[in-house]
Design a protein around this ligand. Structure first.
Ligand code: CTP
Ligand code: MG
Length: 235
């Protein structure tokens, strides 16, 4: 509890991981003998900022999640709820399952390397306007293309950020924005900040993430994650 403000993590694990090409859904793949999902659960569980965790997963994955919670004795998971077809459907279901909360930390269960420092930076940032996203400055030059595959524009790299999660919002702000976008159309929505950008005038603050806060997406990410864990073990 922070100054009587309640913070809930909405942890997303309802995806099918099609780009991973694995029989086991990627949130349950083992890295250093623990499931990918364990690592973000552990970070939220041990963070003094977080009061409870709403875990969103597939209908057919609820039991598997319960087993992880029991095995590692996580105590903050207040609900396990079935997700939806798209990521924003899963987020919406998670939001509707939050109880009397002030801020929500929406996080991809496929990002095991979120840290307490990132959560703290997000919490400071979200207090400014009620909306913040984690990101890191792009290391590469980014170009915008036209429909024919020709370069149209090159934005100044200093203003280009690669977006990660957590994305943290005032609960009423993000819940109302989700309700509104469902009426107006969800075409092209890939993250939660986009919903705030489309249906509100609220500025979204960027909070610094980390280059290690990767999303496990394709098979080579597993090798990268193992390497990160090995380095952490050595320190
Ligand atoms: N997610 C979710 N519900 C969905 C889709 C995605 O909860 N309908 C979650 C995933 O479990 C993941 C996070 O959102 O933790 C980021 O999504 P992504 O990396 O795209 O995961 P998947 O959709 O599972 O993978 P893919 O796009 O390769 O199928
Ligand atoms: Mg996906």
């Amino acid at each position: 509890m922070n100054n009587n403000l309640k913070c809930t993590a909405v942890l997303l694990a309802a995806g099918k991981g099609s780009r991973m090409n694995s029989d086991v859904y990627k949130q349950f793949l083992l890295i250093n003998q623990k499931p990918v999902l364990y690592y973000s659960l552990q970070c939220f569980e041990t963070s003094s900022l977080i009061d409870d965790i709403v875990l969103v997963t597939g209908k057919d994955m609820i039991e598997q999640c319960q087993r992880i919670i029991e095995e590692y004795q996580f105590t903050k998971v207040s609900a396990i709820v079935p997700g939806g077809k798209e990521r924003y459907d899963s987020v919406y279901k998670g939001l509707l399952s939050c109880k009397d909360t002030d801020y929500v930390f929406i996080h991809d269960g496929a990002r095991p390397f979120v840290t307490h420092d990132i959560l703290k930076r997000c919490f400071e940032a979200v207090k400014l306007t009620g909306a913040c996203v984690t990101g890191i400055p792009s290391k590469d030059t980014v170009k915008l293309s036209d429909e024919e595959g020709f370069v149209k524009d090159t934005p100044d790299r200093r203003n280009v950020w690669i977006i990660q999660t957590p994305q943290v919002f005032s609960y009423p702000l993000i819940t109302n924005a989700h309700k509104k976008i469902r009426e107006e159309g969800t075409e092209g929505i890939t993250d939660d900040a986009m919903i705030i950008e489309r249906v509100t005038d609220v500025p979204v603050k960027l909070a610094e993430g980390s280059y290690e806060n990767i999303k496990i997406t394709t098979p080579e990410d597993i090798a990268v994650a193992e390497a990160f864990l090995k380095r952490l073990d050595q320190n």
